[in-house]
Write a protein that binds this ligand. Structure first.
Ligand SMILES: Cc1cc2nc3c(=O)[nH]c(=O)nc-3n(C[C@H](O)[C@H](O)[C@H](O)COP(=O)(O)O)c2cc1C
Length: 530
């Protein structure tokens, strides 16, 4: 890691026309728990106000921090090492009071503005969006691998994928805040995403670090599930002509110099996603009973989203109740008809191996959350014979949570998370265990990325659920996978630990001073708070 080449966390497209966005307050409706209900929030019309809020509560800055003369920004979406490799895009038609001309826009979080990258002729936009409900726009994500590689070397590729998952969940939940429905365009190949977002435009990135295409979601201003054919891609003939449109802006260079990490490029090449059909397993949505009724006092969704932070240390004594724990586990179940799981789409391949330390009513020890109940037998057979696989006393019947073994798991939890105390000192921590070999064989190497995205979505829900429960959470990208596999008894590569997490009572770092995310008073820029 060379401080002299630390990448700029903010990509800009120099020379691109700007479209400033509005800021809005955090105390308004809807309540946090309504975010997870598909029709609980009335759909806002797509316009400057709602698009502004869509980005403000997904990819915007959440605060500035200062300590010993250094100042850095935090964002609504977390990122490994706070390096933020993920870039966000909007592709939208002509909307009164927002833009007269359809276009591709890059979101610049530092100034909360959109940069117009491309003007799309009306007829082309109509072709692109044909078959989608009226008012649909598209949101896209890409990654600058170098931003993470600068600090983490080869590990960076994985961290970028985690971050995509977090950002995807953040977009899905922010869409829910506007009462909008999302549909992932899972059939799209990377080349199509690249073409639409202008990432393949060599000339615009001459000296600048390239962005790798990740994904696109359709964002629809309606909570009504349309019963017709689902559109999972965009027409290739329309994508072809985008190159010939008017494009603006040249990407800024993020570092003065770079280290080549050949393995990152090799893995990225191997994991390129081709155009595909629908993914298997879309019936999993019906596997779960209705979500729990939370019965907790309403708290503003925007406030929870805005206040999300990573705990830098856990206090080693705060616990949570079993009801709080069960609710968090329930929220993590992949109900694909609900936010934020709809943004990812089926199937679910990731389960939780849990280290329970301080959950009132639960015996400390190892537990397992099986996120696809049909996988229970396979997981049971793949793990240690001595595990009990008993539902804990008092566990709600619909929750696929199992006790494996009792004991003080704090030491081992810290050890397998690269010796990080946060995994031992929380109320519980966990390893996200993915079905690995079979999905990769079935779908191809690109599924490797998608598995990490799923872990990121789970992580984002955990972050918010921890805030809503009055505790805090932290993603743990640094962990030892082999000891985790040994602990649970997994052999071979049928299952793979991909991401760790911890939840507990945080210790605040009092050396840091916190400043608001944007200098402008919110009231100066907001037009109406809804
Ligand atoms: C994929 C990922 C991996 C992370 N790994 C670790 C980790 O191993 N240890 C840690 O203390 N924090 C970890 N974090 C937390 C980040 O450091 C944190 O998100 C970042 O500093 C931004 O702060 P914020 O989450 O408060 O916005 C991780 C976060 C993500 C998203």
């Amino acid at each position: 890691m060379d401080w002299a080449t630390q990448p700029d966390p903010f990509r800009r497209f120099l020379g691109a026309p700007l479209l400033p966005l509005l800021l809005t307050g955090v105390d308004a409706a809807p309540p946090y728990d309504a975010l997870f209900e598909p029709s609980a929030v009335a759909a806002q019309p797509v316009g400057l106000e709602s698009v502004s809020a869509f980005f403000q509560f997904s990819l915007a800055l959440s605060a500035w921090k200062e300590s010993l003369g250094s100042r850095w920004a935090l964002r609504i979406n977390p990122s490994s090492g706070n390096l933020h490799p993920t870039e966000g895009y909007l592709v939208i038609g002509a909307v009164d009071g927002f833009t007269d001309v359809p276009g591709v826009f890059h979101y610049a979080p530092k100034d909360h503005v959109l940069e117009r990258r491309c003007e799309l002729p009306l007829a082309l936009w109509d072709q692109l969006i044909e078959g989608f409900p009226r008012g649909t726009c598209l949101a896209g994500l890409s990654s600058v691998h170098w931003r993470e590689a600068w600090k983490y070397g080869e590990r960076a590729y994985r961290y970028c994928q985690h971050d995509v998952g977090h950002a995807l969940a953040a977009l899905g939940l922010s869409a829910a805040l506007q009462g909008w429905r999302v549909q992932p365009l899972t059939a799209m190949g990377d080349d199509g995403v690249s073409r639409l977002l202008g990432l393949d435009r060599e000339h615009d990135f001459e000296q600048a670090e390239r962005e790798h295409p990740d994904l696109l979601i359709a964002v629809m201003p309606s909570t009504i599930t349309h019963s017709g054919e689902r559109h999972l891609g965009l027409p290739s003939h329309a994508l072809e002509t985008i190159r010939d449109c008017t494009w603006y802006g040249r990407a800024n260079r993020l570092s003065s110099d770079h280290v080549d990490w050949e393995w990152i490029d090799a893995v990225a090449d191997a994991c390129v996603k081709p155009t595909t059909g629908d993914l298997e397993g879309s019936t999993q949505a019906t596997e779960f009973s209705d979500p729990f009724d939370t019965k907790r006092p309403a708290v503003s969704a925007r406030r929870i989203v805005q206040q999300r932070r990573s705990a830098v240390a856990m206090d080693g004594h705060t616990g949570i109740t079993d009801d709080q724990f069960y609710l968090m586990m329930d929220r993590i179940l992949p109900r694909f008809e609900r936010p934020p799981w709809r943004a990812l789409g089926p199937p679910a391949y990731v389960h939780l191996g849990l280290f329970v330390h301080r959950v009132e009513g639960l015996v400390p020890g190892l537990y397992f959350l099986v996120r696809s109940p049909s996988r229970l037998a396979g997981l049971r057979n793949a793990t240690r014979r001595e595990f009990t696989w008993q539902k804990p006393d008092g566990c709600p019947p619909g929750l696929p949570l199992y006790h494996l073994t009792s004991g003080d798991a704090r030491g081992v939890a810290g050890h397998v998370s690269c010796g990080q105390d946060i995994a031992a000192d929380g109320a519980f921590s966990l390893g996200m265990i993915a079905e690995f070999e079979q999905p990769l064989q079935c779908h191809g190497a690109w599924m490797y990325r998608r598995l990490f995205w799923e872990t990121g979505v789970i992580g984002q829900v955990l972050y918010l659920e921890a805030e809503a429960a009055g505790v805090r959470s932290t993603g743990i990208g640094c962990f030892f996978d082999d000891p985790v596999h040994d602990l649970f008894g997994f052999g071979g590569s049928a299952y793979q630990s991909l991401y760790h997490f911890t939840v507990g009572g945080p210790i605040e770092d009092t050396r840091l001073t916190t400043f608001p995310p944007y200098a402008q008073e919110v009231t100066n820029r907001v037009t109406k708070d809804n």
